[in-house]
Ligand binder design. Structure first.
Ligand code: COS
Length: 400
């Protein structure tokens, strides 16, 4: 077993860490107050080659691994989870296309967005006001009309919605079939694609989410990704991968909380000594650092499995819920260690606490992650040999 990154991954990690130190961390608090898309920083990230890493070379991308993407997300998430989300949003928007679209489709619709001077954006349009966790309950419809589809519906919480040039839209082509009737489309921006309400959030204010309204939007049949009815599967396969990216941002937040709290505990003196000397604080720091480290290992393991074509639903769910719970706990603990200072807006840890909360919610709540993981665990247990040979049949009452 080798825990080392490859030379290419190590270089990417160092570049992303350096980028974060120079362009994200020093400006995160100031930019957050503007409550808008951090255009300038994202432009720089694009120029530095930190975006669109998973697009295959045949469609103009670098064709890097999911592990590489998680390295960038962890490094940038350390500086600001909101900016990291703005930077990595194309990973989510384009992943269904990398999974389900042909190379010709990628060349036509994605390549122009990732090879120009300016960054262009995609937006992943799955969630609706009445269909969040219950994806199959969506109301957006796509109706075939000759060589076109007509799409109608309203999506919400759409990251980079107002910035996007291409929308990856999930819509029902056969509502009576529920999840088996969902299909995936690439929808270029047009006058019939409208931006609705912009959400006001508790944290992650360096990323923008909005409603996106599709009103009689006509797209050629070539915009269908995969076949009709494959949309649900494409969405699930996408989230299996991209949840490792959220886990990576959360790992960055969890580590930042450790580092800020440890720095403070070293210099803050009470009762004649640094507060880090007190076991009450030292033990908290040890637990926080262990959580961040375990989050990193689960995240990179999930990404590594996906890169090796192994089943990843359970592992990306583990990574997502563990890392985001770690981020939240560590942020709360960092605020506590810093006491009154932790609660002030000019220090970074109150922002970590607000930002961490969203990592427990977006790309599937942590309850959904536990559901996904438990389904896999129960499925795997059917053929599991624990070495204990007394049969459980007929023993659903007390064992004695
Ligand atoms: N990969 C491939 N296929 C999958 C899959 C996966 N990861 N997960 C499920 N499927 C398939 C199942 O095999 C099943 O196939 P069949 O109909 O052929 O038997 C089908 O999809 C339905 O699966 P399931 O019964 O598990 O679906 P549910 O409706 O119960 O929903 C959850 C499953 C809740 C896990 C899903 O809707 C989900 O992930 N919800 C959260 C959505 C989310 O993350 N939203 C955030 C948006 S991004 S900001």
């Amino acid at each position: 077993m080798d825990f080392a990154l490859s030379e290419q991954e190590q270089k990417l990690w160092e570049k992303a860490v350096e980028f974060t130190r120079e362009h994200i961390t020093p400006r995160a608090i100031e930019l957050e107050k503007r409550n808008e898309f951090p255009k300038e920083v994202v432009q720089k990230a694009y120029e530095a080659g930190l975006m669109n890493l998973h697009i295959p070379p045949e469609a103009g991308g670098p064709g890097m691994s999911l592990l590489s993407e998680t390295l960038v997300s962890e490094a940038t998430g350390y500086g600001c989870a909101g900016i990291a989300t703005s930077i990595m949003c194309n990973n989510l928007a384009f992943a269904p296309l990398v999974i389900g679209a042909t190379i010709e489709q990628l060349k036509t619709y994605v390549e122009p967005l990732i090879t120009g001077k300016e960054p262009k954006f995609g937006a992943f349009c799955l969630t609706e006001r009445k269909a969040g966790s219950d994806v199959a309950g969506m109301a957006t419809r796509a109706v075939r009309d000759g060589d076109e589809y007509i799409i109608n519906g309203v999506k919400c919480f759409i990251t980079n919605g107002p910035q996007a040039s291409l929308f990856t839209v999930f819509a029902s082509t056969q509502p009576e079939l529920k999840h088996k009737g969902l299909s995936c489309f690439m929808v270029p921006k047009s006058k019939n694609v409208k931006i609705g309400h912009i959400e006001n959030k508790m944290g992650q204010n360096n990323s923008v989410q909005s409603e996106v309204i599709f009103e009689d939007v006509r797209v050629p049949k070539e915009c269908l990704v995969g076949k009709e009815g494959e949309g649900f599967k494409i969405a699930m396969m996408t989230l299996d991968k991209t949840r490792a990216g959220i886990a990576a941002i959360a790992t960055g937040v969890a580590q930042r909380a450790v580092d800020e709290a440890a720095k403070f505990a070293n210099i803050r003196h009470q009762f004649g000594q640094p507060i880090g000397n007190f076991q009450g604080i030292g033990f908290m720091l040890a637990d926080m650092a262990a959580r961040a480290s375990a989050a990193r290992l689960l995240t990179r393991y999930a990404a590594w499995r996906a890169d090796h074509g192994m089943p990843v639903s359970k592992d990306s769910a583990f990574a997502k819920f563990f890392a985001s719970d770690a981020a939240m706990q560590n942020a709360v603990d960092a605020v506590q260690i810093m006491g009154g200072y932790g609660y002030l807006t000019e220090y970074p840890v109150e922002k970590l606490m607000r930002d961490a909360k969203l990592t427990q919610i977006y790309e599937g709540t942590n309850q959904i992650q536990r559901l996904v993981a438990s389904k896999s665990i129960l499925r795997e247990s059917v053929n599991l040999n624990t070495g204990f040979h007394v049969k459980y049949e007929g023993r659903d009452g007390p064992m004695i």
